[in-house]
Write a protein that binds this ligand. Structure first.
Ligand SMILES: *Cc1c(COP(=O)(O)O)cnc(C)c1O
Length: 345
């Protein structure tokens, strides 16, 4: 991969903002360099711009060196940065595989970057031949969401590797739901492919959507570019403290995942007995994609019962489907009761 060819020229030439906290990193006792308020509120100082404490702890958990980690204000910041680093507005494009997560297109649209859509196969897998046939030197980013939102399935590892080998740009694998999946994901491929970016998040399995923290794992060259373009203090102090606490309590995350996977099975079994449910797609995530006879009617019925699911019935390849998040046991029980009443009514 020739990174010089892939990166926008203005980004290659960019002289990044240099904050007080990044200019002096040695040992000192009196800091009069950043115009902070000296009176201790616990939050009066700027946070570490590169979040080293978090990255060291996270790196151990993921088996990735801290230098190969980028942390963003949610995965959504990572997506936005990648588009702005690699895609020249009006010239380059990103490639997405609908049906998939909506933010890839939104970030490209905001930047005036074209979006090529290559639909998934009917089995919800990437159409490798079609993706590679469409790609050229302007195809800068390929977004693979695995497990995919809203279909819930993981992509075939052989197809992901074929794309890593054949795609001319950067391949981004969004693993927001990987903690719910049976397989190991793509982190192990980082050693072999310098055009790979793996994204994960604290928003789902870790129960921390409110702190806004997303992860990107990649080779040093790509991580350096992201650090160059990001706002200096993109991950705030409260977020860094909250995630350090969560990383010290990993058994909690594992308990939640175990519970949700058990609930997913129960919900699957229950739904499969309903005559208005025509198909339940296999899920490697914390939600189920469910095809029903009257999706709009059922959606509105559930809203009336004060239960909100996601109507995906107008989405390509998801015609007639609702996406249902696996909730806490009491929430799922309420859904079950409502669906029983709907079936009887
Ligand atoms: C929920 C989700 C995310 C998480 O985004 P954050 O900004 O980290 O909250 C990322 N990708 C996909 C596909 C998702 O469904």
């Amino acid at each position: 991969m020739d990174l010089q060819q892939l990166v926008r020229p203005n980004i290659l030439a960019l002289k990044p903002y240099s904050s007080a906290r990044s200019e002096f990193t040695g040992d000192a006792e009196v800091f009069l360099d950043a115009n902070e308020n000296p009176f201790d509120t616990g939050l009066n100082l700027y946070p570490d711009p590169l979040q080293w404490k978090v990255k060291k702890k996270l790196g151990k958990l993921k088996g990735v060196a801290p230098d190969n980690i980028f942390l963003g204000n949610g995965s959504d910041e990572v997506i936005d940065l990648l588009v702005r680093i690699f895609c020249n507005p009006g010239a380059d494009r990103i490639v997405i595989l609908p049906p998939t997560y909506g933010m890839y297109r939104v970030c490209a649209d905001i930047c005036g970057v074209e979006v090529a859509e290559i639909p998934l196969t009917p089995q919800f897998q990437p159409d490798v031949a079609a993706i590679l046939a469409d790609a050229d030197e302007h195809s800068k980013l390929l977004f693979l969401c695995s497990p995919n939102n809203p279909t819930g399935n993981v992509f075939d590892p052989a197809r992901i590797e074929a794309l890593l080998q054949g795609f001319p740009g950067i391949v981004v694998v969004d693993e927001a739901y990987i903690d719910f999946a049976a397989g190991p994901g793509c982190l192990a491929l980082l050693e072999d492919y310098d055009n790979l970016v793996v994204m994960q998040t604290f928003s789902k399995a870790w129960g921390l959507a409110g702190i806004r923290l997303g992860m990107a794992f990649a080779g040093r060259a790509i991580i350096d570019l992201m650090n160059k373009v990001k706002p200096p203090y993109n991950v705030n102090q409260l977020t860094q403290e909250a995630v350090l606490h969560a990383l010290d309590n990993q058994s909690q995350q594992q308990q939640w995942v175990t519970s949700l996977l058990g609930q997913r099975v129960l919900l699957q079994q229950f739904l499969s007995g309903l005559d208005f449910v025509t198909r339940i797609y296999p899920s490697d995530a914390n939600f189920l994609l469910v095809k029903v006879k009257d999706p709009k009617g059922l959606y509105l019925y559930l809203v009336n019962q004060k239960i909100i699911v996601r109507d995906r019935s107008n989405v390509l390849l998801c015609e007639g489907c609702l996406r249902i998040t696996v909730g806490a046991p009491e929430e799922n029980e309420r859904l079950v009761q409502a669906l029983v009443a709907y079936g009887n009514g």
